[in-house]
Write a protein that binds this ligand. Sequence first.
Ligand code: SAM
Length: 279
Amino acid sequence: MTIAEIRAPGLASPLSTMSEAEFREFQRMIFAEAGIHMPASKRVMVAGRLAKRLKVLGLGSYGEYSQYLRRDPAEKQIAVDLLTTNETYFFREPRHFDFLRDHILPGHTRHKPFRLWSAACSSGEEPYTAAMVLADGLGATGWDILASDISTQVLDRARSGRYPMARAQKIPRDCLRRHCLKGIGEADGTFMVDSALRSRVNFQQINLNTRLPEVGMFDVIFLRNVMIYFNAETKKQIVARLQAQLKPGGYFIVGHSETLNGLQEGLQAVMPSVYRASA
Ligand SMILES: C[S@@+](CC[C@H](N)C(=O)[O-])C[C@H]1O[C@@H](n2cnc3c(N)ncnc32)[C@H](O)[C@@H]1O
């Protein structure tokens, strides 16, 4: 093995090594598909995430997998699912949900339904957290949530609304009691988001790196913990695309470690990571 090859963790076969040239192929593919910039430092991670798939398909090298990807468009979605990072949890960055409850909802006039978009929703914890806050603040109806992601695998998990009990830790107890059901029998050790909430969240596959489908206009857009994967140009295009879907006076919320500095023409910073369109 040359030093330009990387062995996927846990795999002993020399066929599981990923050369620099092979890595560049995946780098190109994930950038073209999702706009994700995969730095060279991620080669081991990429090799590790794709290794199982090579095994399932009976392929002997990452180069063969690249060729397979070119022949089979459906395989591209599987590779995108494997290469995206989907970490999320309920009530992540809770100050955003406090702001929604204490500052955004009280200003809602109720003439029109309140609409929120969780634009990189992963396995659903973010939109279901928002749904709990909207149900508590606005009642059972008069609002809806669009929750989208590029990964079909996480969207399937999100639609099920079922999570291992350990994932309930950050949900305030009273909120958990009001909006979730404890699994029993075969579902022991899990909980389910109540169907009344689930029915208000519409999950849809949307790639933010391409022209958006018709989604309508929103009072609040969450774009949290995904811009970190994009380069400056992609970030700019995606923010502009989403900003066009914000109602006048609507809020654009990014992750705490992210910023719209230099990208937020037409948006005013209300506090770090929260921006508002002019009314
Ligand atoms: C780290 S998760 C963030 C989840 C949630 N917003 C949060 O803050 O907890 C990032 C998500 O962005 C999604 N993603 C990456 N590129 C995307 C793209 N081009 N279009 C839509 N979603 C994308 C990934 O599939 C992943 O589920």
